[in-house]
Design a protein around this ligand. Structure first.
Ligand SMILES: Cc1ncc(COP(=O)(O)O)c(C=O)c1O
Length: 518
């Protein structure tokens, strides 16, 4: 597949190969290579619904590549073809084709309709186009004055997201490299708001240990963040889960009280909407009450799950989001933007400048009435335009496109639950809230035996490369994790996965004993 240039490519007659100056290519060359690539991408997209996620295990290699850095590039290696009638294969286009085919044939395809893995989407095609456009225009978003429409598009996209959270103005936000940076930024804003002197004088000036609270299932980006903010990783207090597998709010209150008693300074609680393992959502309204009572900043890590607010049918799952001081949402998860696109929003726009504002002589002075420059509200300086892929997808498909996508995945997940409930071999290990399922084998034996059986089953299901699912631990217990993540996944991919899972059930499970997991 992917190997024959379309007929119109042969009609580009002149100098299509010529490099004019340094990296400058001729009009014809740019066009030739661009069409070549878009055809290859188009063919790839056509293959995605049923494409195996990766090569069979016996063909996977993790050997590093060992080529020398090229001294002369393809262009300098006599690439100008003698016959310029366009019918002879040109070297650069052939090289591009080979590279793409190599990437595809030896790649791992999170975009496949058979990928039931982590929160990695099949990118929207609008997103792919947006990425190309952004790379070509290369807007520099550090300042407003030098990015103009690009910054306005970012601001508009942020406003659209905040409006889906039912936030009233003023609120603001910024695109980030992902959820990690968004969570870090939110904690930096919370810290700067509670302890403004620490911005200049450092956290030692606070005089006591500042503390952050999040559930035991919250994302490890929080550990990194508190560490990098200079609070020490122990500043993150992991609150246990309750019977509903969400943060135990009573335990949260007790932890805050105990820390205050010990002389620590609680300043922030992080609730999660869509835990990485299980897609579970903390009780946001109850945690918001605690934060209000205790005077703490409430951040919602909705890197995955906050996107549910794009569906009128399901936005109630994140009700309480309107009370959060800040929210992380990653368009490169459920909103199917190509990597990377994270967003942090806050209902306290001034906090962004408190945390990130700097002045330098070589950047333009702030102009009254003009929004703050992006470099003053974000960790980043040079800024890529990460909003374009979401903005363009929304322009092309509308918010209703996302609603239909989210609602259909929720329906697929509920159907999957019904299949599990009627299965002799599997049972649900945690409740299904979003389209992530945690299953376990109905298998007699200790936790370790169950874990080994799960690992074996996952190994068996993923061996031929067609599907991808994983084994993980939730609350210390092994589960098989299946996530419906691609907009290309339909009933047929799910049924095939279920068949593969049934064919991989280890023999002892057929005895059908229930293992007490919790
Ligand atoms: C709940 C949650 N928060 C934050 C992150 C970090 O996001 P990113 O990988 O975009 O940095 C993840 C990643 O999976 C996540 O699941």
């Amino acid at each position: 597949m992917c190997s024959h240039p379309a007929a119109y490519l042969t009609q580009i007659p002149y100098n299509y190969f010529v490099a004019l100056n340094n990296f400058e290519l001729s009009f014809g060359a740019r066009r030739r290579l661009g069409y070549e690539l878009i055809d290859l991408i188009n063919n790839y997209f056509e293959s995605l619904p049923l494409r195996p996620v990766q090569a069979p295990s016996e063909h996977r290699s993790f050997e590093p590549l060992r080529d020398e850095m090229p001294e002369a590039g393809i262009l300098e290696q006599g690439a100008v073809p003698s016959g310029m009638n366009g019918t002879s294969p040109d070297k650069l286009a052939a090289f591009l084709r080979e590279t793409v085919e190599e990437m595809i044939n030896r790649g791992f395809h999170v975009g496949s309709g058979n990928y039931f893995g982590l929160m990695n989407p099949t990118p929207t095609y609008a997103g792919v186009l947006a990425e190309t456009l952004v790379a070509a225009l290369n807007p520099q978003l550090a300042t407003t004055g030098r990015s103009q429409l690009a910054t306005k598009i970012e601001a508009e996209t942020i406003r659209w997201i905040g409006e889906r959270f039912n936030w009233q103005p003023p609120f603001d936000g910024t695109f980030t490299s992902g959820g990690n940076e968004a969570n870090f930024s939110a904690l930096a804003m919370a810290l700067a708001t509670h302890f403004p002197a620490a911005i200049e004088d450092g956290v030692a000036s606070i005089g006591a240990q500042p503390m952050v609270y999040a559930s035991s299932e919250s994302h490890h980006s929080l550990d990194k963040s508190v560490g990098l903010l200079g609070l020490g990783r122990k500043a993150l207090r992991r609150v246990p889960l309750n019977e509903a597998w969400a943060m135990d709010v009573k335990a949260l209150q007790q932890a805050i009280a105990a820390d205050r008693h010990a002389g620590y300074k609680p300043f922030c609680v992080v609730a999660t909407a869509g835990t990485t393992n299980s897609g579970l959502i903390d009780d946001i309204p109850a945690i918001a009450d605690v934060c209000q009572h205790e005077g703490l900043w409430l951040h919602l890590d909705g890197a995955y799950g906050a996107a549910v607010a794009f569906s009128d049918t399901h936005r109630h799952l994140v009700s309480g989001i309107e009370h959060c001081d800040s929210v992380t949402i990653d368009p490169h998860k459920w909103l199917a933007a190509p990597f990377v696109a994270g967003v942090v929003l806050t209902r306290h726009p001034a906090a962004m400048q408190t945390a990130f504002g700097v002045t330098t002589p070589y950047m333009p002075k702030a102009v009254p009435g003009v929004p703050p420059d992006n470099f003053k509200v974000s960790m980043q300086w040079t800024r890529r335009m990460n909003s374009m892929k979401l903005w363009l997808t929304l322009k092309m498909h509308g918010r209703l496109g996302y609603q239909a996508f989210i609602d259909s995945q929720m329906e697929q997940a509920r159907n999957f639950v019904r299949w599990v409930e009627s299965s002799e071999h599997f049972e649900l290990a945690t409740p299904q809230v979003l389209p992530i399922l945690n299953l376990r084998l109905k298998l007699a034996g200790s936790g370790d035996q169950l874990m080994r059986a799960h690992v074996d089953l996952v190994e068996q299901v993923t061996r031929d490369g067609r599907f991808w699912i994983s084994e993980t631990r939730v609350g210390g217990h092994s589960v098989i994790r299946v996530m419906i993540v691609s907009y290309l996944t339909g009933a047929s991919q799910i049924e095939s996965l279920q068949e593969a899972m049934l064919a991989s059930v280890p023999v002892p499970a057929l005895q059908g004993h229930r293992a007490a997991c919790r």
